[in-house]
Structures are given as structure tokens and as C-alpha cells.
Design a protein around this ligand. Structure first.
Ligand code: NIG
Ligand code: FE
Length: 398
């Protein structure tokens, strides 16, 4: 089946040769088997035609950092933050990640499936066609596997591509709070091998931060991940500079995320080792802080920046990458072009998929967004409105 998209006002994508935004006018797109097979003004043979109604067409957006496998909510913590409590204080009071762990452990796989399905479905409405999604509220072999199985099932049932990440190292569960090394052993010797054997994850992530996993524990977990063919992502330097960025460079992680407090030496080490810098300004906003990651400094250190929502029940409930783009332009020093690249091409790099998604190019998947706008600046500008007319995933309108 050949589908032709005609009447496009502009095709806008990142051009990897010129390292700039590419605007293609007066051309149609031909799609075969879910992939772009031609971009031309001379497409005569096709089975079906889609009228783009003079929309701008961009690549589908890629959200490279989310925690959507949870049940229930933590609005009570929002109330506490509104009264001045910090994320860390709430966590010490027994809230935070632990409270989501309690509810997830009590849920059956089916209950968790429905809750997580409802968490993930809205992303499509805001133009996200690929979603990296982490486990991390199970923190036991059984509940981490349950979480990743739920992701696998949602991937099969929704028109969004899910890239699963194992985040058993999100926190230490209560039963190991006095024996942290034993939990690290459990992750390395039992959880990672099982997750890998059942092909339930592509990446392994660690929350490397004071009060969570230290450098040595992070290294052990990442080594076990590598041995089991999982690539590495890290949460680093969110609340404090603990040289997490440098560690991400040392470990050749695919991406290091948060980076609100990272130092320049660490950022340069990331750049040298090709680690993508993922910034999550929605979290800074939602936690009521003003310590946004310094995107300009990160770019000047030589890193490529991806943007992500960090969607989770505690520190950010934003689904929309256009909102994240707006925050990154307003508070992290990014230009509109940087932000656009951060949710398309660089985002694809942050999940190792830059040879198949994130660009509008022949042989790439036809993950396309149709916008009723005239320039890409209008994407973050109209961040709260419905300028996105149609979303296409692998050649299918969804
Ligand atoms: O990325 N920082 C660690 N994990 C999440 C928060 C998880 C939670 O509070 O439930 C984050 O912000
Ligand atoms: Fe996170």
C-alpha cells in the first residue's frame, strides 16, 4: 500500500549534513510499509492520498525519559510542596518514590496495565510518537518484571513505540535499607540477568544522587548491565553536583539526564564520550524550583541536548513536549532550533534510534506531525493549544 501525503505547506526537519533546520517546500511524501520512500513533487503512483491541508509536517516527537508505570497519584505531596516542603523532605517523611512502590506492589499486573495504559495514552495527543519508559516503582524482582511486562503489553496495544528501560536502581526498598549492598547484588546478579533474558528492557538506568546510589554502586550496576547487553542511561546531578556527569562520560552512557547541577568538567567529559545530555525542565518547574539546567553551558561544553518530560507521579506530570520546549527556551537558554532538535534528532540519539526515527528522510519511519502553524517557533509559543491537527505513526493516522 502506497500512501501519498500532498498539499503540505512545509516539511521541517533537522538536516544532519548542514547541521541546521531544513525547510522543504512544494513537495509530497510517499509512504510504503510504514516508511518514507520518497520526498518529491513528482509522485504519480500511489494507492491512497492524505490531504495535509497546508499544514507544516515535522517528525513525530520522541520523549526519552518517562516513568509511566505507576498506579494512583501523589497529589498529597503537591499539597505539601505548596506549603513549602521540598522533594527530599517529603521523601524522608516516607513519601516520594517509596509511596509509589507501595501502591505498585499491591496492584495486580492487570490493574497496573490499565493504570499505566491510561498514563501513556495521552502522550500521543501531544505529538509524542516514541516514548522511553522506565520501570522503577517495583524494586523487587517480581515487581520490576511485572512493570516491564506491562510496558511490553502497552507497546503492543497502543500506537506509540515504547523503548523500555530497567530502573531497579531507582531507590533502595525498605527491606534493604540497612543492607544496601545486598540490594545492589540483587540488581546485578538476579534482576538484570532476568530482565535481559526475557528481553524486557533495552536500557538500564540508575538514580545516581546523594541519598540514592553512589558512584561505586552505579558502576557495579552499569557493568552488570553491559555484560547483559543493556545500554546505559543515568539520572545525575539533579539536586547536587556529585560529579555524575563525569561518571556518565566514564561509563560511556547513551545519555545522562537531569544535569541541573553538573560542572563543566563533567559536561566536557560527556561530550568527549558522546553522551547525550537530556534536560528535564518540567521537573524543575513542577518541584517549584528555579535551578533549571543550564542548556547553553551544556551546548558550549560540546554536548548534544535532548529534551524530555520526566513524566512521573512525583516530580512532573507534564505529557506535552511542546510545553517542555517552551520551558527549555524560556529557562534553559535554548533557541527554538535547539529545542526542536532536542525532541527530534537528538532525542533519537538519546535512545540509539537515530537511523530510523527523528528525521523526515527516505527510509525513516513515517512518524509525522501535522501542525496548523507557519513556523516552528509556534510549537512552543502555542504550547497550550491545539495546533497539532494530525499525528501519524508508521504511516497510520492515530
Ligand atoms: O526523575 N529522580 C528520580 N526519579 C524521578 C522522580 C520519581 C518520583 O518522585 O517518583 C525523577 O524526577
Ligand atoms: Fe526520571
Amino acid at each position: 500500500m502506497k500512501i501519498k501525503i500532498s498539499n503540505i505547506s512545509k516539511i521541517i526537519s533537522w538536516n544532519i549534513s548542514t547541521e541546521s533546520i531544513e525547510i522543504i517546500e512544494n513537495k509530497d511524501i510517499l509512504i510504503e510499509s510504514g516508511k518514507i520512500s520518497q520526498i518529491s513533487n513528482d509522485i504519480v503512483s500511489y494507492d491512497e492520498m492524505i490531504d495535509a491541508k497546508q499544514c507544516i509536517v515535522t517528525p513525530g516527537f520522541i520523549d526519552t525519559h518517562t516513568h509511566p508505570v505507576f498506579i494512583g497519584n501523589r497529589a498529597n505531596e503537591f499539597e505539601l510542596r505548596a506549603k513549602g516542603k521540598t522533594y527530599q523532605e517529603i521523601s524522608k517523611m516516607g513519601g516520594g518514590i517509596k509511596s509509589s512502590v507501595n501502591s505498585l506492589r499491591q496492584a495486580s499486573e492487570e490493574e497496573l496495565y490499565f493504570a499505566s495504559y491510561n498514563n501513556i495514552k495521552p502522550f500521543i495527543h501531544f505529538g509524542t510518537t516514541t516514548l522511553e519508559a522506565k520501570s522503577g516503582y517495583g524494586l523487587s524482582l517480581k515487581d520490576e518484571v511485572k512493570s516491564l511486562k506491562v510496558l511490553k503489553k502497552i507497546n503492543e496495544s497502543l500506537d506509540i513505540n515504547i523503548i523500555p528501560t530497567f530502573l531497579g536502581a531507582h531507590d533502595f526498598p525498605d527491606e534493604f535499607k540497612n543492607n544496601k549492598e545486598e540490594y545492589v547484588r540483587l540488581i546485578c546478579e538476579e534482576m538484570i540477568p532476568q530482565v535481559a533474558e526475557q528481553e524486557l528492557a533495552v536500557f538500564c538506568d540508575v538514580f545516581c544522587e546523594e541519598g540514592y546510589f553512589n558512584h561505586e554502586q552505579t558502576k557495579k550496576i552499569c557493568n552488570a548491565a553491559r555484560i547483559n547487553n543493556l545500554e546505559i542511561k543515568l539520572h545525575v546531578d539533579e539536586f547536587k553536583d556529585s560529579s555524575g556527569a563525569y561518571l556518565a562520560g566514564e561509563l560511556n552512557a547513551t545519555s545522562a539526564d537531569h544535569l541541573m547541577k553538573s560542572n563543566v568538567k563533567g559536561l566536557k567529559h560527556m561530550a568527549k564520550n558522546g553522551v547525550i545530555a537530556t534536560i528535564l525542565p518540567g521537573t524543575t518547574l513542577f518541584l517549584g524550583m528555579n535551578t533549571y539546567a543550564n542548556g547553553r553551558q551544556i551546548i558550549d561544553a560540546g554536548c548534544d541536548i535532548a529534551l524530555a518530560s520526566d513524566y512521573n507521579p512525583g516530580s512532573c506530570t507534564i505529557y506535552s513536549l511542546p510545553i517542555i520546549m517552551a520551558l527549555s527556551c524560556l529557562y534553559c537558554g535554548l533557541s527554538v532550533e535547539d529545542a526542536f532538535k532536542g525532541v527530534t534528532y537528538n532525542a533519537a540519539k538519546a535512545i540509539n534510534r537515530h537511523d530510523s526515527i527523528g528525521l523526515i528522510k527516505e527510509n525513516y519511519f513515517a512518524d509525522l506531525l501535522f501542525w496548523d502553524i507557519e513556523t516552528i517557533a509556534e510549537i512552543p509559543y502555542w504550547f497550550n493549544s491545539d495546533k497539532l491537527s494530525m499525528v501519524m505513526k508508521k504511516g497510520k493516522l492515530v
